[in-house]
Design a binder for this molecule. Structure first.
Ligand SMILES: Nc1nc2[nH]cc(C(=O)O)c2c(=O)[nH]1
Ligand code: SF4
Ligand SMILES: [Mg+2]
Length: 251
């Protein structure tokens, strides 16, 4: 008897109820902010940003990554494996017009991600697939065709990387009309850096977002960057979910 092929498994982050981090919310950032979406958060990231708001997806015990919180996490407690079919069923049960696949870095699991996208789109081609990515890992052609929107967030020097990780991220996605760029900024100088890095990319594909995990931090950074964003002609986005729900998992 032939056996069914093993299904792909996704490594997921753990949500506030201790189960896989799959939830329903408003998209809080970027071009579709304010729209209802299902969210699924994949565990693992290949960048280790100092101010990351989801260090529980990568800042494992025994590593020497530097993060502002200083807290280390145990992968056995923070990572769950789920067959793609189960993950897709949980996401579709949330009754949203589409899903935001985020992380961590979702493209670290390319085969399972592709299977998840095929599964959620099958039978309902209008269901929207949106991926939040740091851009450093190039998606396959299959994935590029399946995904409706890549929100690519190249990292600037204030994220604490020794190498320039923004240029490859821009190179990987600038040719895809379904990719937009979302830069986290703290100062007018950061906006100037974005202007320099993104020469030749239409400004209407670029969003600037204040860094912050509290309304006060967001307000402070918004106040300092807004004139520079307007001057450069970039789009501006807030982080609505932080104002609505605070810095909590599964929101
Ligand atoms: N509501 C809400 N919107 C989001 N947009 C991007 C998110 C992310 O963590 O990548 C996120 C998130 O975690 N929650
Ligand atoms: S790329 Fe995103 S998820 Fe990864 S460490 Fe940086 S902020 Fe966090
Ligand atoms: Mg986030």
């Amino acid at each position: 008897m032939p056996t069914a092929p093993p299904s792909h498994q996704l490594r997921l982050a753990v949500g506030k109820d201790g189960g896989p981090e799959i939830f329903r919310s408003f998209q809080g950032e970027g071009p579709v902010a304010g729209q209802v979406r299902a969210f699924i958060r994949l565990s693992g990231c290949n960048l280790h940003c100092r101010w990351c708001d989801t260090p529980y997806t990568w800042n494992w015990q025994g590593t020497d990554y530097e993060h502002v919180d200083g807290e280390k996490f145990a992968p056995a407690q923070e990572m769950l494996r789920l067959p793609v079919e189960e993950a897709a069923a949980s996401v579709l049960a949330l009754a949203a017009p589409g899903v935001v696949i985020t992380g961590g870095e979702p493209l670290m699991q390319p085969k399972a991600l592709e299977a998840f996208c095929q599964q959620t789109k099958s039978g309902q081609p209008d269901y929207r697939l949106e991926v939040e990515t740091n851009g450093t890992l190039k998606p396959s052609q299959t994935l590029e065709q399946l995904v409706d929107l890549f929100v690519v967030s190249p990292k600037l020097p204030h994220a604490g990387h020794e190498e320039d990780v923004a240029a490859p991220a821009l190179a990987n996605h600038r040719g895809n009309p379904r990719a937009v760029f979302k830069f986290v900024a703290k100062t007018p100088g950061d906006v100037e850096t974005v202007r320099r890095l993104t020469g030749g990319i239409e400004t209407n594909r670029i969003w600037i977002m204040p860094e912050g995990r509290s309304p006060a931090e967001l307000d402070r950074h918004l106040t300092t960057i807004t004139p520079a964003v307007l001057d450069a002609g970039f789009n501006l986005t807030d982080r609505q979910h932080i104002r609505l729900f605070g810095d909590t998992r599964s929101t």
